[in-house]
Design a protein around this ligand. Structure first.
Ligand SMILES: Cc1cc2nc3c(=O)[nH]c(=O)nc-3n(C[C@H](O)[C@H](O)[C@H](O)COP(=O)(O)OP(=O)(O)OC[C@H]3O[C@@H](n4cnc5c(N)ncnc54)[C@H](O)[C@@H]3O)c2cc1C
Ligand SMILES: NC(=O)c1ccc[n+]([C@@H]2O[C@H](COP(=O)([O-])OP(=O)(O)OC[C@H]3O[C@@H](n4cnc5c(N)ncnc54)[C@H](OP(=O)(O)O)[C@@H]3O)[C@@H](O)[C@H]2O)c1
Length: 448
């Protein structure tokens, strides 16, 4: 019997399980047998919020990077499952930028409906994956924190769905050793209210930087200074948020920037991204890539080129998310079920090289959005995942980018159109800047 190990029960792992059970030929117990290992005690991956930082209750590195008051930063219509719409889940149209708890509810809604929880072993941490010299199969070593025992099982395929936004990339700047304020990575940021009345500095110029800067400002920071090495974010920031070049060094609580200016800072939040980190994968099976759209080593962005029985899901930098994870999971399923003939290893390598050259030649974000749309469309056409218009989704991402340029604080007050149902989202009852309560109840309440 073919056995498939899936590592992680976040959006990608759940998509993989859902892809299998959506196929009429698969029952998951016998054909093939599915086992999903999840190190946390519940499903949802990053969307399963934890207040913990550092180590979890078992002494494992805490997976969570999400924080209180996190709202979707892209329109929900851009990530909608093609086989399970928001309207179907909530029974009514809802705003385009739901808070975390609402998106979590949606992800879990589909997983519950498809009955995939039975395949997941919670509190199970994968410690190692390697090929057995004897059987040729994968030996997966797992620690069960419920019984505190370690065991191994053999599998024919391994799907890595453990995410890549959990291990902080934390650069050092001179003077950190004696810095007198709070110094954390975004991975450990949980509550913006903690920084009320403080002078906060953000390092970085990507999504965490723009969102955590906005959050700290919204929840009462005295000032927010954004420092970046590759130019300012360039938004029309409200009073209280300013941009600076990269810091050169820190002296006590004084931060010095490369342009010679300085500022007194109470807290530094390093929004400097994450590392692709798979310590449990054998050297020969480990994905090594930077955070980009055309990942290294993955044919069609999914199949590990050096060993085609290993799949990696969601390893790209992400404009597209849940719907791209779905088409990747459908593709991986069909490779495992023998429905897709993979080309030779050199041809796979050439495909990867070509994709990276295309990405490297793209000059702006609009081109990158189109690139990921075309990539998603290409996979979409290779399986029976319900179709949706990637052209419409990419156009929506471009509108969203324009809205952000118009107002980084106000872009979430727009409504977008579902590519699946055609429904135009209602504008949320409270402007994002005034919506301090991010609970599901508050978001779904009608009227203001
Ligand atoms: C702060 C933040 C905000 C984000 N906001 C958005 C947003 O608004 N919209 C959006 O679309 N995307 C957002 N994302 C992107 C996010 O990457 C995806 O939405 C999604 O969570 C990725 O799913 P995943 O399954 O690949 O990984 P994850 O969600 O990270 O799930 C991986 C799972 O694998 C488990 N795992 C890890 N190691 C092991 C192991 N050794 N053994 C067993 N299990 C293991 C983890 O516990 C986890 O449950 C955000 C990311 C971050 C960091
Ligand atoms: N829902 C939300 O609101 C929300 C909030 C936060 C994050 N997210 C998601 O989380 C994911 C990760 O986003 P992210 O912003 O954390 O990571 P990211 O997109 O990888 O960005 C990393 C940032 O760190 C900077 N950086 C890296 N090394 C540095 C160094 N040595 N010194 C200075 N700067 C350095 C990079 O600058 P360069 O450009 O110079 O390399 C870049 O600006 C994304 O998918 C995003 O959508 C969503």
């Amino acid at each position: 019997m073919t056995r498939v190990a899936i590592i992680g029960a976040g959006p990608c792992g759940l998509a993989q399980l859902h892809a299998f059970v959506s196929d009429k030929t698969v029952d998951g117990t016998a054909t093939p047998e599915l086992v999903c290992y999840e190190k946390q005690s519940d499903w949802g991956g990053l969307w399963n919020y934890t207040w913990r930082t550092g180590l979890d209750q078992h002494g494992e590195p805490c997976h969570g990077s999400m924080y209180r008051y996190l709202w979707s930063n892209g329109p929900k219509e851009c990530l909608e499952f093609a086989d399970y719409t928001f309207e179907e889940h909530f029974g009514t149209p809802i705003g385009s930028f739901p808070p975390r708890e609402v998106l979590y509810d949606y992800i879990i809604g589909r997983a519950k409906r498809s009955g995939i929880r039975r395949f997941i072993r919670f509190n199970h941490v994968v410690r190692s994956v390697s090929r057995s010299a004897q059987s040729g199969r994968f030996v997966v070593c797992v620690h069960d924190h419920e019984t505190e025992t370690t065991s191994t099982e053999e599998f024919d395929y391994v799907v890595v769905a453990s995410g890549h936004f959990s291990t902080p990339n934390m650069p050092h700047y001179p003077g950190y050793e004696t810095y007198g304020g709070t110094l954390i990575h975004a991975h450990d940021f949980r509550d913006a209210a903690q920084f009320a009345d403080q002078n906060v500095m953000i390092i970085g110029s990507s999504y965490s930087a723009e969102d955590i800067a906005s959050q700290c400002w919204k929840y009462g920071a005295r000032s927010v200074t954004c420092s970046s090495r590759s130019g300012p974010m360039g938004f029309d920031w409200p009073d209280g948020i300013t941009e600076k070049p990269i810091l050169s060094h820190v002296d006590g609580r004084t931060v010095h920037f490369v342009d010679g200016s300085s500022a007194e800072i109470d807290a530094i939040i390093s929004c400097t991204g994450y590392l692709h980190h798979f310590p449990y994968m054998d050297d020969s099976l480990r994905l090594v890539t930077t955070n980009r759209l055309a990942t290294s080593m993955l044919y069609r962005g999914v199949v590990f080129q050096p060993d085609n029985a290993v799949m990696y899901l969601g390893m790209q930098d992400q404009w597209y998310t849940f719907n791209m994870f779905d088409v990747q999971a459908w593709y991986a399923r069909d490779v495992i079920l023998g429905r897709i003939d993979l080309p030779s290893a050199p041809e796979q390598a050439r495909w990867i090289e070509k994709q990276q050259a295309i990405e490297d030649g793209i000059e702006d974000d609009y081109g990158l959005i189109d690139y990921q749309g075309v990539y998603t469309q290409d996979l979409l056409e290779q399986s029976d995942y319900p179709t949706f218009s990637t052209a419409q989704v990419s156009a929506m991402f471009k509108d969203w980018k324009k809205h952000k340029k118009q107002s980084i604080i106000g872009y979430r007050d727009n409504g977008h159109t579902s590519p699946i149902t055609g429904t135009v989202a209602p504008v949320h009852h409270t402007a994002w800047v005034d919506a301090l309560d991010d609970s599901l109840e508050s978001f779904l309440a009608t009227g203001s």
